[in-house]
Structure formats: C-alpha cells, structure tokens
Design a protein around this ligand. Sequence first.
Ligand SMILES: [Zn+2]
Length: 97
Amino acid sequence: MERLTCCYSGLDVLGLGDWVEMHQNCQECTRLWSEYALVTRHYLKLEGRLQIAGVSQDGKTVADLTPLMERASVERAELRRLIQEHERSPKAEAARA
Ligand SMILES: [Zn+2]
C-alpha cells in the first residue's frame, strides 16, 4: 500500500491523480502507468533534443530524431489506449471494491 502510494505520487504530475485514486490497489494499473511514464520520459527527451536541433538548424539530427520521436509517440498512444481499455474493464471495477 505504501509502495503504491509512493509510485502514484509521481503520476499526479501528469494530472491524473483523480483517476489513479480509483485504481489505487490495481497491479495492472501500476504496470501500465509505469510503462506509460517511461515512454513519456523517452518521448519528452527526444522532443527536447529535436527542438535544440531545430533551433541550431541541424538538419541531420532532426532527420535522425524525427522517426524515433514518431515511434515514441505511437507507443505512447498505444499505452494510453491500453489504459483506457483497462479502465473500462470489469476487473478494474472489482479492484476498486
Ligand atoms: Zn486498474
């Protein structure tokens, strides 16, 4: 319980505190959200590097990073979809009880 609270506190940063509260004891949530947080960090890192490359007019780096960022973006969308599916699942309801 303590561990979960600790884990979820980081997710409040993403503005998802309300939803997370409903799934406080749900292991699948923990797994999905930690993966989502990981991909998001990766995505934001690439975005930052891409911005710097753009400002420096570093065309080669932009060309290298753009497909990586697009892939991270797709992964993020996929995880979001999985989380939404999970949220609607009966199992999630049971976990709330
Ligand atoms: Zn859940």
